[in-house]
Ligand binder design. Structure first.
Ligand code: EPZ
Length: 427
């Protein structure tokens, strides 16, 4: 079992380049099912979730070549199965992103029902309701969802009850091959969805309005493979910005490889806390903030404050000069991070969807456990300024979404290492 050990008190400086966005790359990979032939994806992060999505596609008959660490070719011409098996869906819920493309190409899909995770129930009822409107029939047995479109997919209007990222993506990927036009109202607007729509349009799809609440898709007969570069990971970038705000040396830290416009609300909140964020070519330069103003946060669908930055923001608020309130509106259970940060000396009280954060003067290093990939990364970042050593366990969560996280932090001067330790439960 590996842990991350951080020694607090060392300044970080220099430049870190974030990887391609996990939450785009996984969907781009799934979307290659819609275009028989070989699609080349560039700027793909080398993370475990990408490896799992690769296994899902290979299980269906796709042939994947790793051209270099961040470039994949995916040949889906030979795909002859349309099942996402339990053991892979259970490992990674995002495997459900193959449902839309499978329906778009084959008119059927067999997907293991996604379990919940430590963020909450993670249902897919909105995916199903929207796809049923397109003519898909569903039944479930033995833990699998069986989807089929006996009369093909027919474009229609769908209004999402909530601007679900996954539901918007699955609906777009099914609708691109439907007969006629589909209009999705209350669509999610995340930059990763725009990236997906851009690639699909490069393939020959006709998608209009991605990134706005109303997305229109005119069905086409055929999509062709392309070469496409994934957008930079805005959440990884936000994580390193928090690290810099806490621990940067006098020269600051450059965080590049992403579009700051994709972090608009987050940067606005950073600046409200007193953090200096300078725009530079392909990213930002961030300076250490000596005194954080308290700030209230509501996590919301894009362009609102992203839930994937909630733990990182809580880390900053925990050291602010006053009280902050963080409200988590996206997931029903995404405050497990708070109890780990309390072990490091934070003063946080959780009541339902609200966390009351009372700023303290500093953290003390402790042994803590990653609750999820963002919380795990935030704990390691908190360790940069904690007194003494912080040891973060369950770092497989971090490996799901952060490529070379330890190497990137240590390249900036952090004293951090990945250490193999005996599993304490081994007798
Ligand atoms: C995507 O998850 C991201 N994952 C999440 O990132 C991110 O936190 C989330 O969007 C919100 O931005 C990937 O893209 C792989 P949703 P997704 O559908 O698509 C409920 C990370 O850290 N819901 O917008 O699952 C759902 O339970 C991960 O990288 C339904 O109830 O998000 C959740 O509470 C964590 N029924 C909320 O909506 C549905 O049919 C948001 O879900 C669909 C969703």
């Amino acid at each position: 079992m590996d842990i991350i050990r951080v020694e607090g008190g060392h300044a970080i400086e220099g430049r870190v380049c974030v990887s391609g966005a996990k939450n785009s790359a996984l969907k781009l990979m799934a979307a290659t099912l819609l275009a028989p032939g070989t699609t080349t994806l560039q700027n793909v992060p080398n993370i475990s979730d990408v490896h799992v999505m690769g296994k899902v596609l290979k299980r269906m008959g796709a042939v994947i070549e790793v051209v270099d660490e961040h470039t994949l070719t995916i040949d889906t011409s030979g795909v002859d199965s349309w099942e996402a098996p339990y053991e892979l869906v259970a490992k990674m819920r995002a495997s459900t992103a193959v449902m839309g493309p499978l329906l778009g190409r084959f008119g059927c899909a067999k997907i293991a029902m996604p379990g919940g995770c430590n963020l909450g129930a993670r249902k897919i009822d909105m995916h199903i309701l929207g796809l049923e409107a397109l003519g898909v029939e569903f039944d479930t047995d033995h833990g699998y969802i069986h989807a089929k479109a006996p009369h093909g997919l027919t474009g229609t209007s769908v209004t999402l009850e909530f601007a679900s990222v996954g539901a918007t993506e699955n609906l777009i990927m099914a609708a691109v091959k439907a007969k006629g036009a589909t209009v999705i109202d209350n669509a999610a607007r995340e930059p990763e969805i725009v990236d997906l729509a851009n690639m699909l349009n490069e393939m020959g799809a006709k998608i209009f309005g991605a990134g706005t609440p109303v997305v229109t898709i005119e069905g086409v007969e055929e999509l062709k493979p392309v070469t496409h570069r994934a957008v930079g990971d805005r959440i990884e970038a936000g994580t390193f910005i928090v690290a810099a705000a806490l621990a940067a040396g006098p020269a600051g830290v450059e965080v590049v490889g992403f579009n700051p416009i994709h972090l608009g609300m987050v940067i606005k909140k950073f600046e409200a806390m007193g953090i200096r964020v300078e725009r530079i070519e392909n990213g930002v330069r961030v300076f250490k903030c000596e005194r954080f103003e308290p700030v209230d946060i509501q996590t919301l669908p894009f362009p609102g404050f992203p839930t994937d930055m909630q733990a990182q923001m809580m880390t900053l608020s925990a050291l602010a000069d006053g009280n902050s309130i963080i409200t988590e509106n996206i997931f029903e259970n995404r405050f497990m991070f708070a109890s780990e940060l309390v072990r490091m000396g934070a003063d946080i009280r959780v009541e339902g969807h609200h966390a009351m954060v009372h700023g303290v003067s500093g953290f003390s290093g402790a042994q803590v456990t990653s609750p999820d990939l963002r919380g795990g990364a935030a704990l390691a970042v908190a360790g940069l300024v904690a007194e003494g050593y912080t040891e973060v366990s369950a770092i497989y969560h971090i490996d799901r979404g952060y490529e070379r996280f330890v190497e990137k932090l240590s390249s900036l001067g952090a004293v951090v290492e990945r250490v193999a330790v005996a599993d304490p439960t081994d007798d």
